[in-house]
Ligand binder design. Structure first.
Ligand code: MOS
Length: 747
């Protein structure tokens, strides 16, 4: 791919290429080392016992039985757990919830740690935990939204969205000729990354080394340092590979603190690794929501109001909310827009960010409501969306840094064949007598950017090392970031070694919010550019260089050669400069953050359009998503193969949200009944049929110097609504509760 127009910087030939994963061979052959693969000498195993009730107190624990079991070294409960220096009810960083680390006998949710057994073997620790045989003072658990009163949210902190209201809501309702008032429900969902949360903790004096997967290395160091009363720089975290994060590994969590505590108390390295069942509780989830949407239109289908009220479930002791109504804020051009939130306290683990937090649930409801409104107005759902297309950000009137949503609609509809869709439901049948339905949903996700630092070292042998700490969580950062770095250094990709996933490296920011490529990539680009600047200065100062006296002229590097931006013939190879200078390497440093003025002046978002086809058996109501076409505009695409894979993953997750995923609570005990991968359903290959991604070209001169918006999360957002709307189109049945099940269609 040739250099394409770039807002501020010039890209080389590595970016834009569908390079294969550089970590692929290591993962396929099993040489990639995940946290729990580490076995330092003299290591112990810690296993925690989890509460089997959701609300009450621990009355008795048979610690004597556990302690008597061969191989058991220590047993900790709320009665003898060693002191922590930090308060577990405090949040040491912005990426923290309150944690449960045996601070008292209160049970706040099923799955909460209630005791910790440390042993010589994993078997002994597991058996010791089983022998504790807890007895409880039980109170009736609250697990459904109706089980408790709601409370209003007034703050604006992360996970606690406040109300956003633009225009006159009552006037918007009054101006409507047609109105709908519909309520959608989304269930609790759990991340279920392949790799469960794990830690191998090793203390040396007051220095702490951790092998643990984290999406936020620097913040995790600070959080664990806080709990153990040591400086953050005393904590080293290695997190080279994550077997999936999805937001669950962004926060510091209680079980990891217990593993570290076990190591400190015993003076030996300790491994603690959650079982699959233990993933359903202390490490976050996507909270249950109930969302009421009131939409009105005037003649011609112009929206007069979108009024989106969400109730989100949170725990009894913390405030993280799935900010679903936020999805309404920046999309359609209604003159009156309201997104408000309330919470409800239940006896569940605290929710946290889960892939496309807020928008996934919110856009599911919004896109269905838009379909219902289009239906009421007698309009094609795509025409209805186009009739309410916002050219500037609704409410604020700010220009978008870029917005190619119209092109997404056009290219997606064209590829899908949307034009031949009959407007009425139950009009299409395939050759096997299955009902066929087509639906559309708009995809939307913000493009946040964090702060990051990076280092680039160009060596005289023509290779380079680039370093930034943030971990690859399986999405391909290891490859895409190296492509950016290679371009900044003017080297082929195979000459660039990339190190990440270690807190000792320059702070790579957070791998989350779909912002990793933009954030860490920006820092790597700056570091590489710093190297080239130094190289150019070295040459310019050298009378033997063709660049001698080039002064402040800007230098460009490509294929191991540096030359003048405005005169490509004037330059020389890196090797020639190194040979004359006698140096072994040049080190450059860089950092990245969003330009606050650009952020102030512009609304920034990725957009997309997802088209879904479903087939439904008219008698048995068996349901298949047979085709998904998603067209996405997310700024510059560094690696189209990996970006396609990310977007496909998002769309599959959207399918999962629409049809599969749901944590089912036993209302008597408050336990999740399907806390394993047999009962907690996610799509398998047989559930995924045609899946197509279109990258819609988008140049964005403001979002960041690289023009990258990110693709990690947006794929879910349009897909859920598109599928639900296709089900309506196939069957004439509007299901307002997710996941949509066969039995919902049978009635
Ligand atoms: Mo994401 S929910 O920011 O990993």
């Amino acid at each position: 791919m040739p250099d394409t127009l770039s807002p501020q910087i010039r890209f080389g030939s590595n970016s834009g290429q569908p390079a294969t994963r550089r970590d692929g061979v290591a993962k396929v052959t099993g040489t990639a080392t995940y946290a729990a693969d580490n076995h330092p000498d003299n290591m112990l195993y810690a296993v925690y016992a989890a509460a089997t009730i959701a609300r009450g107190r621990v009355a008795t624990l048979d610690t004597a039985a556990a302690e008597a079991h061969p191989g058991v070294v220590r047993v900790f409960t709320h009665e003898n757990r060693p002191e922590l220096q930090g308060d577990p009810d405090e949040k040491p960083t912005m990426f923290s919830n309150r944690i449960e680390v045996l601070q008292n006998d209160i049970v706040r949710y099923a799955g909460q740690p209630i005791a910790l057994v440390i042993a010589e073997t994993i078997e002994a620790a597991t058996e010791g935990a089983r022998l504790l045989d807890p007895r409880y003072d039980l109170q009736p658990p609250r697990t459904k939204i109706d089980d408790n009163e709601t409370f209003e949210i007034t703050g604006q902190a992360f996970g606690q969205p406040g109300p956003t209201i633009y225009g006159d809501i009552e006037a918007g309702h009054a101006a409507a000729d047609l109105a709908i008032d519909v309520t959608y429900e989304t269930p609790g969902q759990f991340h279920n990354a392949m790799e469960t949360h794990s830690v191998v903790a090793k203390w040396t004096g007051d220095r702490l080394e951790l092998d643990t997967p984290t999406q936020a290395l620097t913040m995790s160091c600070a959080a664990y340092a806080y709990f153990f009363g040591i400086p953050a720089e005393n904590v080293t975290i290695r997190s080279p590979y994550l077997g999936g994060g999805f937001g669950s590994k962004a926060f510091a969590v209680g079980p990891i603190v217990l593993g570290i505590l076990a190591a400190r108390a015993t003076g030996r390295p300790v491994k603690l690794s959650l079982t699959r069942q233990q993933m359903f509780g202390p490490v976050g989830h996507r909270g249950t929501t109930r969302q009421r949407l009131r939409l009105g239109t005037a003649s011609g289908g112009a929206l007069t109001v979108i009024d989106h009220q969400g109730i989100a479930a949170t725990s009894s002791f913390d405030d993280f909310l799935e900010a679903a109504p936020n999805a309404t804020q920046g999309l359609y051009a209604a003159p009156a827009l309201s997104s408000t939130h309330s919470g409800v306290r239940l006896d569940i683990g605290t929710p946290g960010p889960m892939r496309a937090p807020g928008e996934a649930s919110g856009s599911a409801a919004l896109e269905c409501a838009m379909d219902e409104m289009a239906e009421a107005a007698g309009m094609d759902p795509l025409d209805f969306r186009l009739a309410n297309y916002s050219e500037t950000e609704p409410g604020t009137g700010k220009p978008f840094s870029s917005k190619k949503l119209r092109e997404c609609y056009e290219q997606g509809a064209e590829r899908f064949g949307w034009a031949s869709r009959p407007r009425e439901p139950r009009q299409m049948m395939d050759e096997n007598g299955l009902l066929v339905g087509w639906g559309v949903g708009t995809a939307l996700f913000g493009c946040p950017m964090f702060q990051a630092e990076a280092r680039a070292t160009l060596r005289s042998d023509g290779t380079a090392l680039v370093e930034t700490s943030a971990a690859d969580m399986g999405q391909g950062a290891w490859t895409a970031l190296a492509q950016i770095a290679a371009d900044s250094l003017g080297l082929p990709l195979d000459k660039v070694e990339f190190r990440a996933g270690d807190s000792a490296l320059p702070d790579g920011g957070v791998a989350g919010g779909s912002g990793h490529t933009a954030t860490a990539g920006g820092a790597l680009h700056a570091a590489g550019s710093d190297v080239i600047r130094q190289l150019g200065e070295l040459a310019a100062a050298d009378p033997d260089s063709p660049l001698h006296g080039a002064g402040n002229a800007s230098f460009v590097a490509r294929d191991g050669r540096i030359f003048l931006d405005n005169d490509e013939s004037r330059g020389e190879t890196f090797a020639e400069i190194f040979a004359r200078s006698g140096g072994a390497e040049i080190v450059g440093n860089g950092n990245a953050a969003r330009n606050p003025e650009d952020a102030q002046r512009h609304a920034m978002s990725s957009h997309g359009a997802v088209f879904a086809e479903v087939k439904v058996d008219p008698d048995l109501c068996q349901l298949r998503v047979t085709r998904l076409v998603g067209a996405f505009a997310a700024g510059r695409i560094i690696n189209p193969r990996l970006a396609e894979s990310q977007l496909m993953g998002g769309m599959i997750w959207g399918t999962s949200f629409a049809l599969h995923e749901e944590a089912k609570y036993d209302t008597r005990t408050g336990r999740i009944m399907n806390s394993d991968l047999a009962g907690y359903q996610v799509p398998v290959n047989a559930d995924v049929h045609g899946l197509e991604v279109i990258h819609v070209h988008e140049d964005d001169p403001y979002v960041n110097v690289l023009g990258i918006k990110g693709v990690g999360e947006i794929g879910i957002t349009g897909t859920v609504g598109a599928i639900a709307n296709a089900i309506y189109h196939a069957t004439g049945k509007r299901i307002r509760r997710f996941p949509i099940r066969i039995q919902d269609l049978l009635v």
